[in-house]
Ligand binder design. Structure first.
Ligand code: F3S
Length: 394
């Protein structure tokens, strides 16, 4: 453990780095932050510098001043096919080392690994400033909760957590939270959140959209989560407003739209075209693995799937993903029993890290996640299409 002077030196380095980073984006000061979410949660064998930095912080006895959670783990030895277990174990061989370091740096608990920190107790309030990285969590916090965070670079988020301060720029400021796009949803049925989110993200890029026409379909909170994750991957959206549904839109309504804005009309045809692009290369008969839960599922969403699969059974190996805490809550419940009977296995991994294992490329993967389909070789299926194609009546 470093001396007091040594600790202060390391803390000062954190401050200098965070302030310099902020200055690049025009920040003139740092402001208090209330929560930290760390993105680089995989102990990749070949990464050295991140371990050096985290090691120096831990040796200096520094800890996050605010609740700290981390992205999902890359490995689940129980659920991986043999080859991926072997190669994944080699690729992510520093996982234990990373988890020990994060615990020393103040990780909320040993199981705080998920991209949905707001479901496991790291849930900010409206208006709170955060230092989060992980695009799907950032867009959820900004949009659904009405908290304020930028899409931080990895390491900057944990430096901010340790300082309890983060640079004030971007989505922390009112003027950057107003919408420069009006998106009018005019579909004849409830749109699939992942397809709609992908289309919006692809169109608006990194801008802020204000969406109308969704209220009447009564989107669940978890559907907003899924839609946001697709916007953040097909584009680089960090905040969206949905009339009557998201935090700031409920307070301020259309006043959030800038006078000079662009317009996107989403109809059935536009969604069909987007779906065709996302589902390119689908080959149901060759599929080896189905992945549901990217981002991780909420407790309600697990129940939704249990109801959906009540009298059905998957004909392919199926992984459903949620935070470790959500899975332990589910175990022993009727939902759990139903899912097991439907052939579902529950896990808490990040499937993207699974698809980063080179041998996984031999597997044909189907997913309902627009984010996973964008970043990996997994092929997208709309929820209805997935159930229809890959389940049979029990
Ligand atoms: Fe979460 Fe990994 Fe998907 S971090 S959003 S499960 S790519």
């Amino acid at each position: 453990m470093a001396s007091r002077a040594g600790s202060e030196r390391v803390l000062e380095k954190c401050r200098t780095t965070v302030e310099s980073y902020g200055r690049i984006y025009g920040a003139t000061r740092t402001v208090e932050c209330k929560s930290c979410h760390f993105v680089t949660s995989c102990g990749l064998r070949f990464v050295k510098s991140m371990f050096d930095v985290l090691g120096q912080l831990a040796e200096a006895g520094l800890k996050s001043k605010v609740p700290l959670t981390a992205n999902p783990r890359p490995l689940d030895r129980k659920q991986y096919p043999f080859l991926e277990r072997l190669v994944g174990g080699y690729l992510y061989s520093k996982q234990e080392q990373l988890e020990d370091l994060l615990l020393r740096l103040g990780l909320m608990d040993r199981e705080a690994f998920t991209c949905t920190p707001y479901y496991i107790g790291n849930k900010p309030s409206y208006g709170d400033v955060l230092a989060w990285a992980e695009s799907s969590a950032v867009i959820y916090a900004n949009s659904v909760i009405g908290a304020r965070t930028n899409r931080n670079s990895s390491i900057i988020e944990i430096f901010s957590g340790i300082l309890g301060e983060t640079p004030e720029f971007g989505l922390l400021l009112d003027e950057n939270r107003r919408a420069s796009w009006l998106v009018e949803v005019k579909t004849s049925s409830k749109p699939d959140p992942f397809i709609l989110g992908s289309l919006i993200g692809k169109t608006v890029g990194e801008d802020v959209p204000y969406i109308t026409g969704l209220e009447k379909w009564g989107l669940e909170e978890y559907e907003l989560k899924d839609m946001g994750s697709a916007m953040a991957s097909w584009g680089a959206v960090g905040l969206f407003h949905a009339e009557g549904l998201t935090a700031e839109a409920r307070e301020e309504g259309a006043r959030l739209i800038k006078d000079a804005h662009r317009r996107l009309v989403v109809d059935d045809k536009a969604l069909k075209e987007m779906e065709a692009e996302m589902a390119k290369g689908a080959s149901p008969e060759k599929t080896d693995l189905i992945i549901i839960g990217c981002p991780h599922l909420s407790r309600e969403q697990v129940s939704h799937w249990a109801r959906r699969l009540e009298d059905r059974k998957f004909i392919k190996r199926t992984l459903m993903l949620a935070a470790p805490k959500i899975i332990s809550d589910v175990k022993g419940s009727k939902d759990y029993q139903r899912l097991r009977e439907a052939g579902v296995r529950l896990s808490s991994i990040c499937p993207l890290m699974f698809t980063n294992i080179p041998t996984s490329k031999r597997l044909h993967i189907a997913t309902v996640s627009g984010k996973l389909a964008y970043y990996s070789h997994a092929v997208f299926f709309r929820e209805d299409a997935l159930v229809e194609t890959f389940t049979v009546r029990r």
